[in-house]
Write a protein that binds this ligand. Structure first.
Ligand code: BEZ
Length: 390
């Protein structure tokens, strides 16, 4: 029954609501972001660069994405696939994160994606290239700000053939990233008329390259393709040079072979040709501003991993803005991202239906302390996304 008291209460409540300044209105809950990245092991520096890049973009947005302040939760995944399910469950079940950011290692990223897919948690992968993540395992809530293993492998295969090389040996770590980059390379190289004559590998993260280098010397291919990254890449490039192979059998690779590693590789890396979706010397206003801000903030130069972290934050911001900060609305988030153009330091890119960047693969040559861009190995390259039905 509507009494005088109800009427009085309603009036008081309305007056109180009007008197509350907007600044006291309830702020949305903080966005819980879970970083699952390596902080130890051969990929530790890659994890740091990804986190730095993410934080740089967030700072540029005044600390908010999709109107929400951000709170971080972290696990060191040690680049160990056998611990990945426990690690991702810590973020989802213990910390209750809204979004997962990770990881670097393809095997770890695949395990994360499996859990993200079954729990429906939003995930942006800022490196791990396993083709299946945006292929047969693709899902409405899973995105990449990086690459599929096939993309840089295919591009450098075509570039090696274009240099006139007819035969090649491949050497990689034996796990998804090595296998798939070598497969992409072989496809690109052989489609362009080359022939892979020797396929070598060793378990991740081993760095005892000597026996395999001896095999390359006796096989005498025209050129070598390789994938290693982080600490392993530093040792491989130095060992290849020390074994006296570099002059007679030119070394090619996906760009991870020389990205973020040139200080430690020194003269052994000079002249190595690689393909990647980022390079030094792009000299665009967007990249120059990014590089300056990164160097000022972190007192070091950015690399591809920093760009992927920066763009993971950027993609998160674009998607969340479209769904007014509601990270559970993965359909709305996805619909916005596949229509978006991401203004990345690497150059603008769009996101495929399978949620992988469609992007230029630059051809880069190591010169001094830079992976200098010398051309575009493959323009706007889209992963075939085999098995994805999004
Ligand atoms: C990977 O495992 O997918 C990966 C690791 C380091 C660099 C590039 C790819």
């Amino acid at each position: 029954m509507f009494t005088f008291n109800t009427y009085r209460f309603t009036l008081i409540a309305a007056a109180a609501a009007l008197a509350i300044p907007a600044s006291y209105a309830q702020a949305p809950a903080k966005l819980k972001v879970g970083f699952m990245l390596p902080a130890t092991g051969t990929f530790a520096a890659l994890g740091t660069a990804i986190e730095n890049g993410f934080r740089l973009y967030l700072n540029e947005q005044g600390g908010k994405l999709g109107g929400r302040e951000v709170e971080f939760f972290k696990v060191d995944d040690e680049s160990d696939p056998s611990k990945a399910i426990d690690n991702v469950n810590k973020l989802i079940k213990r910390d209750n994160v809204d979004v997962l950011i990770g990881s670097v290692h393809s095997g770890v990223a695949m395990a994360m994606a499996r859990v993200a897919k079954s729990s429906g948690t939003l995930m942006i992968n800022p490196n791990g290239g396993a083709d299946a993540i945006t292929g047969s395992m693709c899902a409405v809530n899973i995105f990449r700000s990086s690459f599929s293993n096939w993309q840089p492998g295919f591009a450098i295969g075509q570039a090696m053939a274009a240099k006139g090389h007819k035969t090649a040996a491949t050497i990689t770590w034996k796990y998804a990233a090595g296998d798939e980059m070598a497969k992409g390379f072989k496809e690109g190289f052989e489609k362009a008329g080359g022939k892979v004559t020797k396929e070598l590998n060793l378990p991740f993260p081993n760095v005892e390259f000597q026996a395999l280098l001896t095999e390359i010397a006796s096989a005498k291919p025209d050129a070598v393709f390789s994938f290693f990254a982080g600490g392993g890449a530093v040792k491989f490039v130095k060992d290849y040079d020390s074994a006296g192979l570099k002059k007679g059998i030119p070394l090619f690779g996906t760009g991870f072979l020389t990205d973020g590693t040139l200080d430690a590789q020194g003269s052994s890396a000079q002249g190595v040709l690689t393909s990647l979706h980022y390079a030094d010397g792009l000299n665009t206003p967007r990249d120059n501003a990014f590089r300056l801000a990164y160097a000022k903030t972190f007192k070091m130069q950015p690399d591809v991993y920093a760009v992927q972290g920066y763009d993971a934050a950027q993609m998160l911001g674009v998607g969340l803005a479209a769904v007014k900060g509601d990270a559970k609305n993965t359909e709305g988030f996805a619909a916005a991202l596949v229509k978006a153009t991401i203004d990345s330091p690497r150059g603008k890119f769009t996101i495929s239906k399978a949620h992988n960047p469609i992007q230029n693969m630059y051809l880069r040559e190591v010169s001094g302390k830079e992976n200098k861009v010398v051309g575009i190995a493959s323009k706007s390259l889209e992963d075939p996304a085999t098995g994805c039905n999004l």
